[in-house]
Write a protein that binds this ligand. Structure first.
Ligand SMILES: Nc1ncnc2c1ncn2[C@@H]1O[C@H](COP(=O)(O)OP(=O)(O)O)[C@@H](O)[C@H]1O
Ligand SMILES: [Mg+2]
Length: 248
């Protein structure tokens, strides 16, 4: 028995079915899901408490500019197709404009579609990679990279927040390049609006790959963390066209 049910209700969750007449085991339709789950089981796939239960129909998302929400909603409506096609999103804007909220909605849509998801802030992801170099580490560096490359959706929050060092740039490049080559989807958020600044911060090779993988979605506005009343706003119109272009 497995602790996870078969999504198709065909096997006991192990990914194998048994033909009783011949007493032979054969692969269930859910086997690829079981394998992906096992490969990525040690990764963080928990939506942080603050962002749980978010919905397009409720504040704060229902109050965000439609120009921002529409492409995210469209992406979620075709989540399987987008993940299979290796397509992702890059949400960029100043602090408190709702980037992480929208990225978490995408992660939730992928989890709801029973896809494997890993959710990390970039500083935390790099810290995790760093621990693989420590003596007695549970996972090797290659093993962690393999897992991060195999997951259906990798959400990396706060790209560019980490102080740049050649080591950081190389780790990030290795990961983004592995996902780029495997045509795996990424959703990223960043506070860096200026593409040149982003290239300077995380490296041109990484930015180039991310721009091909991720549709840019600019978010503008004030820091909603500073306006508690703005968390339950009536829907308001707004535009998102002022920022200069994220990964473009
Ligand atoms: N457009 C908005 N209207 C109202 N509240 C918002 C809006 N965008 C974000 N918030 C709220 O502001 C806080 C910060 O949102 P978050 O998504 O973490 O921002 P970012 O990742 O851009 O810094 C959260 O409490 C969120 O619910
Ligand atoms: Mg954020």
């Amino acid at each position: 028995m497995s602790d996870q049910a078969c999504p198709y209700d065909l096997c006991d969750g192990t990914g194998f079915r048994v033909d009783e007449s011949t007493r032979t085991a054969y692969e269930c339709r859910c086997r690829p899901i079981v394998v992906a789950r096992a490969q990525t089981s040690s990764l963080s796939s928990v939506i942080p408490k603050r962002y749980r239960g978010m919905s397009f129909d409720r504040p704060p998302v229902s109050g965000m500019p439609p120009t921002v929400v529409r492409p995210v909603r469209r992406f979620c409506e075709r989540i399987d197709e987008n993940l299979d096609g290796g397509r992702g999103l890059s949400l960029f804007g100043t602090v408190g404009t709702g980037k992480t909220t929208l990225a978490m909605i995408v992660a939730q849509a992928a989890l709801d579609a029973r896809r494997s998801v890993a959710i990390y802030s970039l500083p935390r992801l790099l810290a995790e990679i760093r621990t693989t170099y420590e003596e007695g580490s549970e996972h090797s560096h290659v093993d962690l990279l393999d897992r991060l490359s195999a997951v259906d959706l990798l959400h990396v929050d706060d790209v560019g927040a980490e102080r740049t060092s050649p080591w950081v740039l190389e780790q990030l490049y290795a990961l983004v390049n592995a996902r780029y080559e495997a045509e795996r989807s990424m959703v990223i958020t960043t506070n860096i609006l200026d593409p040149d600044k982003l290239r300077e911060q995380i490296g041109p090779r990484t930015v180039s790959r991310l721009s091909e993988m991720c549709e840019p979605i600019p978010l503008t506005g004030t820091d909603h963390r500073l306006e508690p009343e703005a968390r339950l706003p009536p829907p308001r119109a707004g535009t998102a066209g002022e920022a200069r272009g994220g990964l473009a």
